[in-house]
Design a protein around this ligand. Structure first.
Ligand code: FAD
Length: 396
């Protein structure tokens, strides 16, 4: 992908400082394994201070956020959540490598990867950041894909759901709730049923968040079915839209629809390429509160793959900032900072709606960006400049 750009002024300054301090200090090299939501932000933050290499199976940021908008209005979703790496100004100094990570040699401080043509590569690091995220359903898979593959995936799923007269959504988390709501508002004539096991959905959010979202679901015509736990067939990875009747281990009669969406939170950490000694009993990367991997100096983890807290929510809690600080502090021998996670999930649940975007605090309070502000303030100024430090317009 990109790379090969001439060094920026900070790089020259760094080289100059290094040279005056003691004769040609080598810039540290940071490898970021997985360039998704957390990996991209961490790379942007570190690129001024180190030689950063990012390895990813996608040639773009393909965010795991806002599933409902992605399924029902994919063009709108793609505009904000599928962004080729070369459009991020902050990645200009980062060398991005389109390849699948296959292993790490912790003693030699190298990671191994394989490109699409089968050739292999090795990257040395002074610091390794593991941010390979999780697999979840058909919408988050660690497969090597071109831009055309990503676009085809988006269209196929959208067309399948557009053609269905009725949809069953199974699950009680944000992905399920967001899918049900957005399908119902995009296609008001479609019957949409949401089945979840507890008496309420969004159990990891504050109860007030569910209160507000439940009203929005019923206003949109979604039929709610609490107390239903679906039977998952042996070996079914919940990564396809199905059309067979759904059976319930909670005793109710089977239910049918043209399309069944399995959003039951069966996430699997993308850690096949890592040695077991780095992982906890569920396959997530063990970390200390400063996001270091125990007993392996120079190795860090962040995002959904990192076993930071019970919700593993360091991505949405913007731990990329703390991580970038800690990587630099580690290089300089300074004190590292500690990550503290809120106890309840927060953020957007439904994505942008005709009346704007609601963001829920851990306390359950909702803050709404009005519709007019999304394209004029939120996306251009807060997201593209504030969070990503500049995103170029798409090439026509
Ligand atoms: C700014 C921001 C705002 C957010 N807001 C919300 C919100 O409002 N509501 C909400 O619910 N959540 C929100 N989230 C969180 C979000 O839902 C997820 O937690 C987030 O997408 C996880 O990011 P990640 O980097 O850990 O994983 P991912 O984004 O999935 O990135 C992992 C990347 O690694 C790649 N990869 C995996 N394995 C390999 C391999 N072997 N080789 C090469 N590449 C590989 C994957 O394909 C992927 O590209 C937010 C996150 C951020 C950063």
């Amino acid at each position: 992908m990109s790379g090969g750009l001439p060094p920026g002024r900070w790089q020259y300054l760094g080289m100059l400082l290094g040279a005056t301090k003691g004769g040609g200090v080598r810039r540290k090299r940071v490898v970021i394994a997985g360039l998704g939501d957390s990996g991209v932000l961490t790379a942007i933050r570190l690129s001024r201070y180190a030689d950063v290499v990012g390895i990813s199976v996608k040639p773009a940021l393909v965010s795991g956020q806002e599933l409902g908008v992605r399924l029902s209005r994919p063009s709108e979703w793609a505009r904000d959540y599928w962004i080729p790496f070369e459009r991020f100004r902050g990645l200009d100094r980062v060398r991005t490598v389109h390849a699948t990570l296959t292993g790490v040699d912790l003693a030699a401080r190298t990671v191994l990867a394989q490109r699409g043509d089968g050739s292999t590569l090795t990257e040395e690091y002074d610091a390794l950041i593991i941010s390979t995220g999780v697999s979840n359903g058909f919408w988050r898979r660690p497969t090597l894909q071109s831009a055309a593959d990503i676009g085809a995936d988006l269209r196929d799923v959208h067309d399948r759901l557009a053609d269905a007269r009725s949809v069953i959504v199974i699950g009680g988390g944000a992905a399920a709730v967001s899918s049900a709501a957005n399908l119902a508002t995009t296609w008001p004539a479609k019957r949409v049923d949401l089945y979840f096991p507890g008496q309420r959905a969004l159990v990891e959010h504050h109860p007030a968040t569910w209160g507000r979202i439940r009203r929005r679901l019923t206003d949109a015509g979604v039929v709610l079915h609490p107390g239903h736990r679906a039977v998952v067939a042996d070996g079914f990875a919940c990564d396809q839209i199905t059309s067979e009747p759904v059976r319930w281990s909670t005793g109710q009669m089977p239910a049918s629809a043209d399309a069944v969406l399995w959003t039951i939170g069966r996430v699997r950490p993308n850690t096949d390429w890592l040695p077991a000694e780095l992982l906890d009993e569920h396959g997530f990367v063990r970390v200390t509160p400063d996001l270091r991997v125990p007993r392996h100096p120079g190795v860090f983890a962040v995002g959904d793959v990192a076993a930071t807290d019970p919700l593993r929510a360091s991505a949405r809690n913007r731990a990329d900032r703390l991580l970038a600080h800690n990587v630099r502090a580690g290089f300089a021998g300074r004190a590292l900072r500690t990550y503290r996670a809120p106890k309840q999930r927060w953020g957007s649940v439904l994505g942008v709606q005709p009346d704007g975007l609601e963001v829920f605090a851990p306390s359950g309070h909702a803050f709404r960006f009005p519709a007019w502000s999304i394209d004029r303030v939120l996306q251009p100024w807060i997201v593209r400049w504030g969070i990503y430090r500049g995103v170029r317009q798409p090439y026509s």
